[in-house]
Design a protein around this ligand. Structure first.
Ligand SMILES: Nc1ncnc2c1ncn2[C@@H]1O[C@H](COP(=O)(O)OP(=O)(O)O)[C@@H](O)[C@H]1O
Ligand SMILES: N[C@@H](CCOP(=O)(O)O)C(=O)O
Length: 327
């Protein structure tokens, strides 16, 4: 999270008077994250998270995100729950932004994910995919292949300020991924689409909860796995850690086996996943709003990940053997 939109104390007190969550004792902006404005509320009834939805979130999508959290929780996935006001509404407006209050989850996200954490997220991701099967609402992925060229267009003129040659590198990769290679016939379902370490809480070695569903959508399930491979299985020195990848994939496939087509497509999906986060990071890096409390994420990290994925020959490079179904 971040804070793009500040909220005055009297405005917040007025807003909270519509809810039954006790008296406000304190609140503070949360500097982590990059997408929305988030505040930690401390009231006489405990802690809550207040989110003001910003740039990439369409108001019309909010019922999908809020209903999804309720659905997943009902299916045994520990995730934040939307808090309704006294009239039963979970979606509101504050400081001119769509806003919601959600429950606070205990746990901490792993700053240096270990092999055990990677296994934990693999299992949690598969359980979330299974729990999403009977979620009735649908949302297309606005940041799949068709969504990448507008991001590229927004950043290409200044891409070489970040790294000489970056514009041409991005143009070539984008053209390749747009050339008809992207699969459409793999198993689809509800995906998180942003399951990075800062969105998975642990207590000890156990996953205690999953947060941040504002990119959740219907798309290829294996694409979600690819996003996680990129986000969890590289070291701080940018080396790919095959032991972590094996742990993540093995734990995932114990819950939901990957079919042969998904296994074969995984390196390509990981290229696409790397390009998607590279592009959003680049756009954000070049457009930090003045006065915003946000630390933009490094696009170059994803240039390195993309280069790695371009050279992956097959799923064996992720430490697992090809089989009818990886398990
Ligand atoms: N339900 C929650 N319980 C506890 N902490 C939360 C919760 N939601 C968000 N946070 C805190 O806010 C940070 C950023 O949240 P996130 O949803 O990733 O932001 P963004 O909306 O920008 O994607 C998290 O890393 C965590 O510290
Ligand atoms: N995970 C994305 C950024 C958006 O996620 P947030 O949960 O940190 O707001 C990235 O790393 O590029």
């Amino acid at each position: 999270m971040a804070v793009y939109t500040d909220v005055a104390a009297d405005e917040l007190a007025d807003f909270l008077s519509r809810y039954d969550i006790g008296d406000l004792l304190s609140y503070k902006g949360i500097a982590e994250g990059v997408e929305n404005s988030n505040f930690l509320l401390h009231t006489s009834r405990g802690y809550f998270i207040l989110t003001l939805y910003e740039k990439r979130v369409a108001r019309d999508d909010l019922p999908f995100f809020l209903s999804l959290m309720t659905h997943l929780a009902d299916s045994g996935i520990n995730c934040p729950q939307p808090v309704a006001d006294r009239e039963g509404r979970t979606l509101a407006t504050l400081a001119g932004r769509p806003a919601a209050i959600i429950s606070f989850l205990d746990g901490v996200w792993p700053r240096k994910p270990s092999v055990v954490h990677c296994a934990g997220v693999g299992q949690a991701l598969a359980k979330m995919h299974l729990a999403g099967r009977d979620f009735a609402m649908k949302r297309a992925n606005a940041l799949s292949v068709a969504g990448w060229r507008p991001l590229f267009a927004a950043a290409e003129a200044r891409a070489d300020e970040v790294q000489p040659g970056l514009r041409d590198f991005l143009a070539a990769e984008l053209s390749y991924l747009e050339s008809g290679v992207w699969p459409s016939d793999l198993p689809q379902g509800l995906i998180h689409a942003d399951l990075f370490p800062d969105n998975v809480f642990f207590i000890g070695d156990e996953v205690s909860g999953i947060i941040d569903f504002t990119f959740a959508c219907n798309d290829l399930l294996a694409y979600d796995v690819a996003i996680c491979l990129n986000a969890w299985c590289f070291e701080a020195d940018h080396a790919f850690n095959v032991t972590k990848a094996r742990a993540l994939l093995s734990a995932y496939t114990r819950e939901r086996p990957l079919d042969a087509a998904e296994q074969a497509a995984l390196p390509l999906l990981a290229r696409g996943a790397a390009l998607r986060f590279l592009l959003t990071r680049l756009v954000d890096w070049l457009n930090v709003p003045e006065g915003a409390l946000v630390k933009p994420k490094d696009p170059m990290e994803y240039v390195r990940k993309l280069r790695f994925q371009q050279n992956v020959a097959g799923i064996r490079d992720y430490g697992v053997e090809i089989a009818g179904a990886v398990a």
